[in-house]
Write a protein of this length. Sequence first.
Length: 336
Amino acid sequence: MTSIPRRSLLAGASALPLVALRTRPSWAAEFSYKLATNLPAMHPLNTRNAEAAERIKAATGGRLEIQLFPNSQLGNDTDMLSQVRSGALEFFTLSGLILSTLVPLAAINGVGFAFKDSQQVFAAMDGDLGKLIRAEIAKRNIMAFEHIFDNGYRQITTSTRPIRTPEDLRGMKIRVPVSPLWTSMFRAFDSAPASINFNEVYSALQTKIVEGQENPLAIVEAAKLYEVQKYCSLTNHMWDGFWLLANQRAFSRLPKDVQEIASREFARAAKEQREDVAKLNAELREKLSTAGLQFNDTDPAAFRDALRKAGFYAEWKGKFGDAAWKTLEDAVGGLA
């Protein structure tokens, strides 16, 4: 057997095409990113983002691959927000009201009983109000994509009594997200709000740590909260949406054409998800009634008046500032 000198082997290797020496398999994505959410896997936000990830992979020729982690698999909201800021996580969807612990202005769309309907919501959030919020988010080294996902109007569910008037909220132990605006609003109703991360809500209701909670019907259904609640009061007390956030450094590393494809497909996902939520909410009252929830309607004017008398609107006008409050009132009309 003829031996080949080591020098000859090295010389031959140096003459090989560069592609033959790649350590990354030819089929591997150039950019492999993670997208995390706190919602159940079958929620429309996750199904639409999963579709967007597939379209992005196809349109970029496999250069950008996005893996979806639903249902708080990568931690609670606080953990994942920290991860997206550090770059350990590239994409994360989060309610603006929870994001307000970092970006106070992000809570402004959740001012109690501000918006009259979804048409008014999206005109504001796709317009000047949303632009103002995104500019504030960008100051924290994270970016928010242009079109916010719909989390819908929030409703109150309880295990002890229905909520028909503001007075029914007095003394109620109610779970709220980790956000000052929520706590402030329910304290204005003389409730006893408890800030609990979403992945702990079911057990908190089941063990009676709290009597009630508030969420859009789509989440009540997807997280099976109806199993541990008896009443659902249609208060429409807050509109809530999910910003798709990205670590700025990670997004800026993507080639410009890949950035444009990702932005386009996530915008499509947001618009389709809004339609999904609207259809879902139209069906859910009947579905959840069948599951055992007892529904009642409410008069928003009575709750709005109670907040006004408690000084809630004046307080938050002061916190958000006159310019931001004017942007809100330009969209919804006078509040304070």
